[in-house]
Design a protein around this ligand. Structure first.
Ligand code: SAM
Length: 230
């Protein structure tokens, strides 16, 4: 059975999806989607040989070689221009996902939807999406096996349109911030405790890095504001 995290990611692909799953590892996600939807077609991309071989095996075992093309290469370089309509990148840090999107920008010309699941640092990814005319359509935050995961779904906007977000929306997520569910509260309670600890440690230094401390204080203040009355 597919993890709930990846089931949530899959739920944001339309019927008849023509998508790429970059960093696919065992290709569990594209196999799940293509088994459920006979009209779906996918590319599974992997940069590392071990996961690439696992992906090939999984696709063959599910008899899906005619609909899932497993390719070895870095990020979006495995795609030809205009090849897919949706891109999924899940289970990596937000900065790495952002780098993959930025480096492969040319391959995104026909991509109307991106579904990303950053393990950490979702804010850099939200910033990139907004700056590249992707509007956030939905977000989810969920817990599985003690970990908290965020899923962000963004659609390409028409030329000339640009979604605007406040710095707090970029930091917490515009939808997650509105909903503030239990996982959200748990995540930010923990983040606040971590940041307070780091701040104390930094303040003990012989020459404290005042710039970094100021950033931490700003973040701690935001978290306090958002968690007020919660
Ligand atoms: N997407 C799957 C998931 O969410 O369960 C697998 C996540 S796994 C932690 C990350 C995978 O991304 C690894 O298999 C790694 O080899 C692959 N990866 C890392 N950087 C990559 C890149 N630049 N291009 C393609 N794959 C990459």
């Amino acid at each position: 059975l597919l993890s709930r995290r990846l089931q949530v990611v899959a739920s944001y692909l339309p019927l008849g999806a023509h998508f790429a799953d970059i960093g696919s590892d065992h290709a569990y996600l594209p196999c799940y989607v293509c088994l459920k939807d006979p009209s779906a077609v996918a590319v599974a991309g992997e940069v590392n040989d071990g996961p690439y071989q696992s992906a090939k095996k999984e696709v063959e075992a599910n008899d899906l070689t005619d609909r899932i093309s497993v390719r070895k290469g870095d990020g979006l370089s495995v795609l030809s221009p205009d090849e897919v309509e949706q891109v999924v990148i899940a289970g990596m840090g937000g900065t790495l996902i952002t780098n993959i999107l930025e480096t492969g920008k040319r391959k995104l010309s026909r991509v109307s939807r991106v579904v990303v699941q950053p393990n950490v640092d979702a804010k850099s990814l939200r910033r990139w999406l907004a700056d590249n005319r992707y509007k956030i359509m939905a977000e989810e935050i969920l817990e599985e096996a003690g970990h908290i995961y965020e899923v962000i779904v963004a659609d390409k906007q028409a030329a000339g349109e640009q979604a605007k977000y406040t710095p707090k929306e970029i930091y917490f997520g515009p939808y997650l911030l509105k909903e503030k569910n239990d996982s959200f509260k748990r995540k930010w309670r923990e983040e606040k405790a971590k940041k307070e600890y780091v701040r104390e440690e930094m303040n003990k230094a012989v020459t404290p890095d005042t710039k970094k401390i100021a950033v931490l204080e700003q973040e701690i203040q935001w978290i306090e504001e958002v968690m007020q009355n919660e």
